[in-house]
Design a binder for this molecule. Structure first.
Ligand SMILES: [Fe+2]
Length: 473
């Protein structure tokens, strides 16, 4: 038995990858250079050395599980691949600052949202606030409130919108916070990212801090606002404005230019919301559909209008005369759903080509002015008649041929008004109630839209028209 154990140990020893001279030199050189032992440990494990061999070679054992340590070599390799992948943030303006990713996004929140948030923060949060105070300097003081634990639809919706507009995963983020600044208060220059010593302790499974997202909720009359002294750049307070920056370089290492301070509030009260994102495998955790990276061509993303009366009359005349000719419609990928399986979800009345062309010709010049694009019509779809109980899945239209879309409502017999749910370019959700003759222009590939609420009524009739960006030739 003992011989058998020795034999197994010997086989295990022979099977284990051992340090050769090359690796011994690598260990010595990197230890002499003061390299992070956690990172070295992870590199050795990834190169096939056992835990025991790495531990003996470095005379060190990590305080956290090895799979939570980032391999610095892989991090650099991934970063090179993603070096150009700075986020697309609709309507944001990247600031002209060298070597530092800093954006200003005006009107992320509107006046009504700022008012509602301020009231809720003041009502919900003060009792849980933590004063951050420097005893030696009474001007250094803010009250911090964690809003993440508060079950409130408005806080949750703003949190969702912050993640979506930046395209970062909410799973790799800290809770939303509110910070108050009274007159005369400020905070000294600080970094959001963790210093090397803190990273293991505070980073934990969530990793290093990547992007910071701050929203000014209160228009302070004098002072306040973020300043970035290392790059000599300030962003004045404007209500609803978001200031976004990356605390890291593209390779995942920390950027000292992200040092920031709050300019003293001289009059009034400052109130900001703040959310900090963490990394995934050492880099920002971007999670976004390709369609969301299609540029936005208008600020909001959609607009309501009326169809010119002569064209509406012509369509209505055709619709009445051909109402009996509707046939059940089949739509792929379960876009259109109905709890009842024995009834048609929707029907189709085929428009004549001449009327399709007239609709396109009428819409094209208006859409070109609205979008600032040279457009080419692709499809006219309909007339579609939705039936009772039907819902339209929230979706984004096809890229290329459906960049700009139009919905024309021509008829409805409803028990309850049936809203079109659409997100704007700030990821704010809207419910739009159309009347017959109303049209809505929208950035159909970029924006999520649908009618998720089952239709309560007899019929709801729409025509859809789609446009692509005209070829340059
Ligand atoms: Fe659609």
């Amino acid at each position: 038995m003992t011989d058998e154990l020795h034999k197994q140990d010997l086989e295990k020893f022979l099977a284990e990858k051992q340090l050769n001279d090359h690796w011994k030199k690598w260990v010595r050189t990197n230890l002499d250079a003061g390299c992070d032992k956690n990172g070295m440990f992870r590199i050795m494990i990834d190169e096939g050395f056992s835990y025991e061999v790495a531990k003996a070679a470095l005379n060190f054992e990590p305080a956290i599980p090895v799979d939570q340590i980032i391999n610095p070599l892989k991090r650099y390799k991934d970063a090179r691949m993603r070096e150009t992948a700075s986020p697309f943030i609709p309507n944001a303006v990247r600031q002209n600052v060298e070597g530092f990713e800093l954006y200003v996004l005006d009107d992320f929140l509107n006046e009504a949202e700022c008012d509602a948030l301020r009231r809720k923060v003041q009502r919900e949060a003060p009792s849980t606030g933590i004063a951050l105070k420097d005893e030696n300097d009474p001007s250094f003081c803010t009250r911090n409130h964690d809003l993440g634990g508060i079950k409130d639809t408005l806080f949750q919706d703003v949190d969702r919108r912050i993640c979506s507009v930046l395209g970062l995963s909410p799973k790799h983020a800290e809770p939303l916070q509110a910070q108050f600044y009274e007159a005369g208060q400020t905070f000294y220059p600080k970094r959001d990212f963790f210093e090397a010593d803190d990273l293991i302790e505070k980073g934990g499974a969530l990793g290093q801090r990547s992007y910071s997202f701050v929203i000014y909720l209160e228009e302070t009359s004098v002072g306040g606002g973020l300043s970035f002294p290392e790059v000599d750049h300030s962003v004045p307070v404007k209500r609803g404005r978001a200031v976004i920056w990356n605390n890291l370089f593209p390779d995942g290492t920390v950027n000292d230019k992200a040092v920031h301070l709050c300019r003293p509030v001289e009059k009034g009260c400052g109130l900001i919301l703040k959310k900090i994102f963490r990394t995934e495998n050492g880099l920002p955790a971007f999670k976004r559909l390709d369609k969301e990276n299609v540029p936005n061509y208008t600020t909001i993303g959609f607009e309501r209008d009326r169809l010119p009366k002569p064209l509406l009359d012509k369509i209505m005349d055709f619709y009445r005369k051909n109402f009996h000719a509707q046939v059940p419609e089949t739509v792929a990928e379960r876009f259109i759903k109905n709890a009842k399986t024995d009834t048609a979800k929707s029907s189709l009345i085929q428009l004549p080509k001449s009327l399709e062309k007239e609709i396109q010709a009428c819409l094209k010049p208006v859409l070109e002015i609205w979008s600032g694009l040279k457009l080419e019509p692709t499809f006219v779809y309909g007339i579609r008649v939705y039936h009772h109980g039907t819902a339209l899945k929230v979706h984004r239209d096809r890229n290329g041929t459906h960049i700009i879309g139009v919905i024309i409502n021509i008829d409805q017999e409803v028990t309850d008004p049936w809203p079109l749910r659409i997100e704007d370019n700030y990821y704010r959700k809207h419910d739009i109630f159309l009347e017959p003759g109303d049209v809505i222009y929208y950035e159909a590939t970029r924006l999520a839209h649908g009618r998720p609420q089952p239709f309560n009524g007899k019929l709801y009739t729409n025509i859809f028209s789609h446009f692509k960006i005209a070829d340059k030739s």
